[in-house]
Write a new protein. Structure first.
Length: 341
């Protein structure tokens, strides 16, 4: 509706300007006001009518298939059509008698046609510039919509990968107990049930509150503590009053799973996992430090998908505004996520 109103406002303003310009040089200054009004109305009706027909024909063409030649030919044909109609109008209103008395000849009439063409060409150039911007913006919006849809699909696929990965690591924590301590295994299974319920709820979301992520991490580490006993120690250091900020779901737990699987599990005497969460400006900084050494290797089915998945999700959500790093610091590994909230 707004676009249609804007179109008619531009039509009226443009052809009013062209008509008044033509009237100024038409030689009708000595004619009656009614005669000049008829001239103006005729000019307006011709200009708006033919240009509207031109717009209707032009919009019937697919802009995606519009060639550069058509982009040049269409304005010239439109200008020639309206210019000729305006020249005929001038001829009828005040040049006919001059022609009959021999004051002007056929060449003068041709000159009048080109004179009117130059008068209306700016309108057609403006119209095509507006159409070009319109088509370009429409194409840009379609590309953005397609990219957004692709991003949503990719994020959904990444989530589907993440849940089985998390479930496998959690189940691995209690498999040894099924033989050695059946009672403790039953307790662990109940704990796992609560853990999975929370993880599946978070898995349905692209983002989760920090408090939910921390609760999931605490449940997961408590379950892993059953398997590793004294080999696993962990500490949480969380800044106050940030429980409700949103972060990418399962991001904290991806770092903790990695710390357990590639740090604690591979160290004979186990070690310590320290979780530190703070804010810096409009970013949340999540640091997970664990005993061990980071040895980056090409991704295989053996070393899992967790960190690669995390990098992709951060990039899809935040682009260059987020960062992820994992480095060795003496006898520990430090994994850090920085993301806006």
């Amino acid at each position: 509706m707004k676009r249609n109103a804007f179109y008619w406002i531009i039509q009226i303003m443009s052809w009013s300007f062209i008509t008044l310009t033509s009237l100024k040089y038409s030689g009708l200054a000595d004619e009656t006001p009614m005669y000049r009004l008829i001239y103006v109305c005729t000019y307006m009706i011709l200009g708006m009518g033919i240009s509207h027909l031109y717009n209707y024909i032009h919009e019937s063409y697919d802009p995606e298939n519009f060639t550069s030649k058509q982009f040049i030919v269409f304005p010239l044909l439109g200008s020639l059509t309206i210019g000729t109609c305006f020249a005929l109008t001038d001829f009828i209103f005040f040049n006919r008698s001059r022609y009959l008395h021999g004051e002007i000849d056929a060449m003068d009439c041709i000159f009048f046609i080109f004179d009117n063409i130059w008068l209306v060409i700016p309108w057609f150039l403006f119209y095509h510039l507006y159409r070009f911007v319109q088509v370009h913006e429409s194409r840009r919006q379609r590309i953005l919509a397609a990219e957004k849809m692709l991003k949503v699909v990719e994020l959904e696929n990444l989530k589907k990968q993440l849940n089985p990965h998390f479930l496998f690591n959690a189940l691995n924590s209690i498999k040894a107990l099924t033989i050695s301590d059946s009672r403790q295994a039953r307790d662990a299974i109940m704990q796992l049930s609560d853990l999975l319920r929370l993880s599946l709820n978070l898995g349905d979301q692209q983002k989760a509150m920090l408090s939910e992520e921390i609760k999931l991490a605490q449940d997961y580490l408590a379950l892993e503590k059953v398997r590793f006993d004294n080999r696993l120690r962990y500490e949480f250091h969380v800044q106050e009053n940030i429980d409700n900020i949103l972060i990418i779901s399962m991001s904290l737990n991806t770092l903790i799973e990695n710390a357990v699987k590639h740090g604690i599990a591979k160290t004979k005497n186990g070690g310590l996992i320290q979780i530190e969460i703070t804010t810096l400006g409009h970013d949340v900084v999540i640091k997970v430090r664990n005993t061990g050494q980071y040895n980056p290797q090409p991704k295989t089915s053996a070393n899992g998908i967790g960190l690669d998945n995390l990098r992709k999700r951060l990039e899809l959500h935040y682009g260059s505004k987020a960062s992820f790093s994992i480095t060795n610091e003496e006898d520990t590994v430090l994994a850090t996520i920085v993301m806006p909230f």
